[in-house]
Ligand binder design. Sequence first.
Ligand code: ADE
Length: 230
Amino acid sequence: MLHIDILTVVPELLEGPFSHSIMKRAKEKGLLSVQTHNLRQWAINKHMQVDDYQFGGGAGMVLMCEPLANAIESLQAAGGPYDEIIYFTPDGTTYNQSTANRLSLKGRLLLICGHYKGIDERIRQQYVTLEISIGDYVLSGGELAAAVVTDSIGRLIPGVLNDETSALFDSFQDNLLAPPVYTRPADFRGMKVPDVLLSGDPKLVEDWRYEEALRRTRERRPDLLGDDPA
Ligand code: ADE
């Protein structure tokens, strides 16, 4: 069972992503629980303030220490310590499948979503154990990153996917991209499914898939094979 708390100033952004399909099933099976918390619960005054101007000047607000520290400490007091406290930021370590695999084995995670200019540096130093970027582009907040990470972790929890082996064949699990897939009809407007997939010979199919995965990876992502990018 993995429990994920998500701290955000825009909880509405996270209402949809975990209510359908695989994430919904994971929650119904009791394998994953996700709870969002509005940082404004820990606002410093009756104006619900959680952010302020940055010292030194410059545009953009910064999420303040006090609400964040109080939120983190009260969530810890209520539910116990976290295995990781994750902050989403473009200057974090780039997220990948091996981090997803590692996080899917944890029991309790706290995800902190920044907004505006981000969060006060002292919170990062004092509480955050892992800083994640989901790619070299800037989002308006960490919420979509939190959704990406929660989805990619949730589906890896044993028992979440119908066929437990299926995550093993995902792209990236062996540092290989996934091979092509086909379904009926075997002939669509003259475009035929490769004969080997219709052969009924599991060994031939397995070899073909491996070769195709290798070919596709060589073509599209040679860096995954340790080769120089094309
Ligand atoms: N917040 C803003 N941009 C982000 C990114 N690329 N990854 C993670 N969190 C972010």
